[in-house]
Design a protein around this ligand. Structure first.
Ligand SMILES: [Mn+2]
Length: 370
């Protein structure tokens, strides 16, 4: 009996405004690698990053797909949330499918056979996550008769509670997806890779957010064997993502700057091309503010400056408290002064001093104290 190799890729985000070059390079490598090794390639959505890609992006993508097409392997793409446009507008995937560079389906089963093996792919493009159960179930019921013989795959682009940081009881769950009885579910949207014999999220081929999770996971694609139900991860050549967080205590500008430059240079020497995010936390010396840190201009270096955040939060909370209690400014200062002077004055109670200061000349008040 024959079997098939399914290439699985997702979230190439071509045309990403910040990482356009990486998206093209890594997406190209992933697609062409699968074109060579797989019998059929599935793309689980967010092919493009933007709803209306620029001519430059389209030009680059068309050249990638032209190379891909030389391998004569079908490329099936589901719509991601980034491609969703209103019904009467032609979207980027429809455009590419109209010239035969990819197969773009929605609510449809596409079938392929190789030797004695048949695979059926039900494609359901992205819908609002609250509606996903209803929509996918309806698409399944309508197309069930086409899923009788062969290896059945569901290709979607949605949140799934077990793998998402957002929980919503109306979103998809593994239990729901298993109840539909597919041999394999392939999902995009979630940029972190998860692999099991019957559920695969390949993850994105490019980091689109500078989160710790996205930076610390190497990007890749998956090659799935329908016979053994084993999935091979293929890691792409890529800029090394590095996420560092550092806590300072009463630091000066120089100390912070030196840390940034040292970490960047050290990693650049070690890995070559890097994409680095440094989160700065803790406190600066009295009198310095976070905006005093001027970040050195280095390619693919991003700084999340949270210095003095605790101090700033305390101030914000005091102001919030003031607002909540609807204290007047006068009362607020009185409270601050009382808490500051409590136990430090013998002659007057802090509250009396405050009243005197409000009504009399400061010099007269001070004279009275001596
Ligand atoms: Mn995405």
């Amino acid at each position: 009996m024959n079997y098939m190799k399914i290439g699985i890729i997702s979230d190439t985000h071509f045309g990403h405004p910040r990482f356009e070059e990486d998206a093209l390079k890594q997406g190209r490598e992933g697609l062409l690698m699968l074109a060579e090794r797989a019998d059929v390639v599935l793309h689980a959505g967010d092919f493009f990053d933007v709803k209306v890609p620029s001519f430059n992006t389209l030009h680059s993508v068309i050249s990638i797909l032209t190379e891909f097409s030389k391998h004569k392997k079908p490329l099936i793409v589901a719509r991601g949330n980034h491609e969703r446009r209103s019904k009467d507008l032609v979207d980027s995937l429809k455009l590419l499918s109209s010239v035969g560079l990819l197969i773009y389906k929605n609510w449809e089963v596409v079938s392929f056979t190789k030797g004695g093996e048949k695979i059926n792919v039900l494609v359901v493009g992205n819908v609002p996550d609250e509606d996903a159960r209803g929509v996918i179930n309806m698409a399944y019921q309508q197309n069930k008769h086409l899923l009788k013989d062969g290896f059945n795959i569901l290709l979607i682009h949605q949140e799934v509670n077990e793998y998402s940081s957002l929980f919503n009881e109306r979103y998809l769950s593994i239990g729901f997806l298993k109840s539909l009885d597919f041999d394999l579910v392939v999902n995009g949207h979630i940029h972190k890779r998860y692999i099991s014999p019957d559920f695969i999220i390949p993850g994105s081929t490019v980091a689109t957010k500078l989160s710790e999770e996205e930076l610390n996971q190497p990007r890749g694609v998956v090659l799935y064997d329908t016979k053994t139900r084993e999935a091979e991860e293929i890691i792409l050549n890529q800029r090394k993502g590095i996420y560092i967080s550092k806590r300072f205590s009463n630091a000066g500008i120089k100390e912070v700057n030196e840390f940034i430059v040292q970490e960047y240079s050290k990693n650049k020497r070690k890995y070559g091309n890097i994409l680095m995010k440094i989160k700065l936390m803790g406190t600066l010396k009295e009198g310095l503010s976070p905006s005093d840190i001027i970040v050195p201009d280095m390619p693919y270096l991003f700084i999340d400056n949270q210095l003095n955040k605790a101090r700033i939060d305390v101030k914000i909370n005091e102001l919030r408290e003031l607002r909540d209690k609807k204290l007047s400014v006068k009362e607020f200062i009185e409270k601050k002064l009382v808490s500051y002077l409590n136990g430090k004055m013998k002659v007057l109670k802090p509250v009396e001093l405050y009243d005197e200061l409000l009504e009399k000349d400061v010099d007269d008040v001070l004279e009275g104290l001596i």
